[in-house]
Write a protein that binds this ligand. Structure first.
Ligand SMILES: [Zn+2]
Length: 88
């Protein structure tokens, strides 16, 4: 699961942080062929990501703002990879 993870400068941004948290919680995953993030639609994994965000927000950010960042990251991620053929 962690095999495809790369160290990216994007994790320095708030969106990158939120995506890293969501990935850590298992709420999203990367398409193994194209690298697009996909929402797995798992409510328990999402809850875990929110809990992680609230308990351990990035420096200078309130727990509420961290939770909002998680929501915004989820909103930006589709539940399918845009490059994978449908139904696969
Ligand atoms: Zn794909």
């Amino acid at each position: 699961m962690l095999m495809t993870r790369e160290k990216r400068t994007a994790t320095r941004t708030l969106t990158g942080w939120a995506i890293a948290v969501l990935q850590e919680a298992g709420a999203i995953r990367e398409c193994e062929y194209h690298g697009w993030m996909q929402d797995r639609g798992d409510p328990h994994a999402r809850e875990l990501a929110y809990e992680f965000a609230r308990h351990d927000p990035p420096p200078g950010l309130s727990p509420e703002a961290a939770a909002v960042a998680i929501t915004e990251a989820l909103d930006s991620i589709g539940d399918t990879c845009p490059e994978c053929p449908p139904g696969v």
